[in-house]
Design a protein around this ligand. Structure first.
Ligand code: PGA
Length: 250
């Protein structure tokens, strides 16, 4: 059976003190969630250490939101996969649309980041998704296929086993406009079929999360779909009770 996963992407929100409080609250409330549901939080780099501490002894795993595309050295302002892993993170979000859009991340950059993530035992949460104009011109399947072929198809089968994918239609992120459950299911099933072209039956074991204005009020309908294995949650992950309510929506 595929893992059910709810991951919180805090983005550039909270001070370190607020982040530690939020993590403590999530860790406490996580006791109410089903053992079948895995929880992950992805705070800013500056909070990894204190959030890691706050999550100790709980079921909640730690992720970073990004990592450098170089292993170490003279790259001012960057944070390496090794540094992240050494603070207790097990995951790293890669290819988020905000990274692609605002920081010019290409598949070439992402391939380097993926390699470094795996080399440091960080499982990537790889994000794909189309922009509004791409959906309106019916290019959404092609866009998502390219994002998968250019990056995920470069992985070995063993690396693919560790991968989580998040489908996040860019027009739904932070806009309050959610994809309908049918739109999500349609794309998730498509993604799984593309993955199967390369990885065969292993595609059935890959958790594909939905992201984009997922909240307690719509999570149940989304998670009820056959190929929606959980969510990557932005805004609603900043309120512990909302995040946990989403995790209880399977
Ligand atoms: P949102 O963000 O839930 O605030 O729409 C989701 C994401 O970008 O991961």
């Amino acid at each position: 059976m595929r893992k059910q996963i709810v991951a919180g992407n805090w983005k550039m929100n909270t001070t370190p003190a607020e982040g530690a409080e939020l993590a403590k609250a999530v860790a406490e409330l996580s006791k109410e969630t089903s053992a079948n549901v895995s929880l992950i939080v992805a705070p800013p780099f500056t909070h990894l250490c204190s959030v890691s501490e706050a999550l100790k002894g709980s079921k909640v795993a730690l992720s970073a939101q990004n990592c450098a595309d170089q292993a170490k050295g003279a790259y001012t302002g960057e944070v390496s996969a090794q540094m992240i892993a050494s603070l207790g993170a097990s995951y790293v979000i890669l290819g988020h649309s905000e990274r692609r859009e605002y920081y010019g991340e290409t598949s070439e950059t992402l391939n380097k980041k993926m390699a470094l993530a795996y080399a440091n035992n960080l499982a990537p949460i790889y994000c794909v998704g189309e922009k509004l104009e791409e959906r309106e011109s019916e290019k959404h399947f092609d866009v998502v296929r390219a994002q998968i072929e250019e990056v995920v198809f470069q992985l070995t089968p063993e690396q693919f086993d560790q991968l989580i994918i998040a489908y996040e239609p860019v027009w739904a992120i932070g806009t309050g406009k959610t994809a309908t459950a049918d739109q999500a299911q349609e794309m998730h099933a498509y993604i799984r079929s593309v993955l199967a072209e390369k990885f065969g039956d292993k595609a059935n074991n890959c958790s594909i999360l939905y992201g984009g204005s997922c909240k307690p009020s719509n999570a149940k309908e989304l998670f009820a779909k056959a190929d929606v294995d959980g969510g990557l949650i932005g805004g609603a992950s900043l309120v512990a009770s909302d995040f946990i309510a989403i995790a209880k929506s399977f």
